[in-house]
Design a protein around this ligand. Structure first.
Ligand code: ATP
Ligand code: MN
Ligand code: MN
Length: 371
């Protein structure tokens, strides 16, 4: 029979930060199904279910072969009865009836559609659904709904943003960002992070960390970058968030979606021969550009390694790094610092390797963090 981990006598860890997960996923038929279940659980605010399916998905992504039968799952962590039942369904019928049911659910379809708009979260989507709306046309026709700046951009560039970017386009964008940043601070450090640093071929945005060799000189950099991008005529949308960095409050003791660094969420015009523009669309007929999402974050150099580790992802890898630190090492990790609760000290680090070493973890390279 097929064995999933033929040459690995070691038991797979329950923590994603102790597994090596490349972009090659041999179990997509299962993980695609679980992504639907995860999203459905998220919409219903069922955190427990959500977490269980996320962990199971992550374990399956780390396997070196496809699961062919339930026996293959023997000894694997994070796979409970619920997840096994779904997988059994898929192994027997090629699909899961539970997933099919959700996919054809009216509420799921509406929330999925609405949250696909940049700036529209679960709460807003739910509000629109409760008003009886199922399509964008219905939402946009209601004059009592006032869209914020982000949502307006989200609707305006919907098709472009939904398309995301490939690696070649991300590279073109990297050059634009680097050039722009270096006209302001010549020795600034521009580092590609997020999914593209993990080696993904496709992304919904491009993420960069900007910092300067001189501590503190990154302050005000993002404002200048935004001005330069505007001057170049490629700035379509920006949400600039000032730093709320307070050293005394480090580390922030809970899971936080946001960190305290100065950052900006952008929509930029990407002009290039490489860029595919969908010319079938009326509004695209005359343009030679596509709207793309870009995130910039500007930590001080002293915290660069923590910011880089935090922004490289994947989200599940980050979640498990923090959980591992807390439960296995009595340490607190976030995008700013690593705190040892036993010694009552913050452990500094200049590189990601040092952070892994502080945690007593084998180093996992960025392209192995696609958990
Ligand atoms: P994709 O290719 O779809 O963009 P991604 O892994 O790059 O995938 P992002 O949403 O761009 O996903 O996030 C990249 C990383 O940055 C994640 O690990 C996430 O934890 C972190 N991140 C994203 N937004 C924020 C934020 N506002 N504050 C702090 N960290 C964030
Ligand atoms: Mn990204
Ligand atoms: Mn991002």
């Amino acid at each position: 029979e097929v064995c999933v981990e033929p040459s690995s006598p070691q038991r797979l860890s329950q923590y994603a930060c102790q597994r090596r997960t490349t972009t090659i996923n041999h179990n997509k038929i299962f993980t695609d199904a679980f992504e639907v279940l995860i999203e459905h659980a998220e919409f219903n605010e069922n955190e427990g279910r959500c977490l269980a399916f996320m962990r199971a998905t992550s374990v399956l992504k780390s396997l070196s072969g496809a699961v062919r039968c339930l026996w293959d799952l023997e000894g694997l962590p994070c796979l409970g009865d619920q997840t096994k039942a779904v997988m059994e369904d898929i192994l027997e019928c090629g699909k899961s009836s539970k997933v099919q049911e959700i996919l054809s659910d009216d509420k799921y379809q509406a929330l999925k559609l609405f949250t696909s708009v940049f700036g529209v979260g679960r709460k807003t989507a739910e509000k629109w659904y409760r008003k009886g709306y199922r399509t964008f046309e219905e939402v946009l026709a209601d004059s009592s709904i006032s869209l914020n700046k982000m949502q307006k951009a989200g609707f305006l560039y919907y098709n472009d943003i939904l398309k995301g970017l490939n690696r070649a386009e991300a590279d073109v964008l990297s050059q634009i960002i680097e050039k722009t940043v270096h006209t302001i601070v010549p020795d600034a450090i521009v580092t590609l992070t997020g999914g593209f640093r993990r080696g993904k071929e496709y992304g919904h945005d491009v993420d960069f960390i900007l910092t300067t060799p001189e501590q503190g000189k990154q302050e005000g950099l993002l404002g200048c970058v935004i001005n330069k991008l505007r001057y170049q005529g490629i700035l379509l949308y920006h949400d600039h968030q000032q730093s709320t960095f307070d050293f005394k409050k480090l580390p922030s003791w809970k899971f936080e979606a946001m960190d305290h660094y100065e950052k900006c969420f952008l929509v930029l015009k990407l002009k290039s021969d490489l860029v595919e523009v969908d010319t079938r669309r009326d509004d695209a007929a005359e343009r030679d550009w596509r709207a793309v999402r870009v995130d910039l974050v500007a930590p001080p150099i002293s915290h660069f390694a923590f910011a880089l580790l935090g922004w490289t992802g994947s989200r599940q890898f980050e979640r498990d790094l923090r959980r591992f630190a807390r439960h296995e090492r009595k340490m607190l990790l976030d995008n700013h610092a690593l705190y040892d609760k036993t010694k009552k000290v913050c452990l500094s680090a200049k590189t990601e390797e040092e952070i892994f070493a502080h945690l007593g973890l084998e180093y996992i390279a960025p392209w192995e963090r696609n958990a």
